[in-house]
Write a protein that binds this ligand. Sequence first.
Ligand code: AMP
Length: 190
Amino acid sequence: MKNLIFFGPPGAGKGTQATIISDFLKVPHLSTGDILRKKLFDKDDLAIKLKKIMSSGNLVSDDILNSIVSSRLKKESNNGFILDGYPRTLKQSQFLDNFLLETSNTINCIFDIQINFEILKDRILKRSSEESRDDDKIEVIETRYNEYLNSTQKVSNFYKDKYSSIFYEIDGSLQINEITEKIKQIIKKS
Ligand code: AMP
């Protein structure tokens, strides 16, 4: 069974790689950003609240995220899973660790896709013209990147220390297919 986590700043290519690897391994891809963006279509009170937070580039509350992820993992964890965009805070990582312990699951590989701010700013602006995401505006990118530095990087560093033997740093400035190849090689060996 394959349980994977993808870390990296917004625009690093986590979603692209997670989609390709999900297809390669036939393992469900769980992107919390995609799940939340789908919830926006509900147009209820929660959707209004989420839209405000997401379009400003801030993080949605841990309680909402933990409940979304645990209900999806309960359904899917027998087939393995690829987490993309979660955990993003230390509280989320504690919740995930407890969940895995309770359900006798473990993580097999963690990929941290690294890229500098200038390259990712260009990529996100290009994506904004293709996908018209509310949070791909120049003024929001900085907030999202700061959320990454202040919260998520602490989480990936925590995993890097705790799970050093299964933690892989990947150069996100490479071409998409080169990154995929590196990830596939690691998965094949693990
Ligand atoms: P993403 O597509 O992963 O960049 O996520 C888009 C937005 O969804 C983020 O900027 C956050 O507002 C929200 N979001 C996604 N995943 C999480 C998470 N694990 N914790 C908190 N907020 C999240």
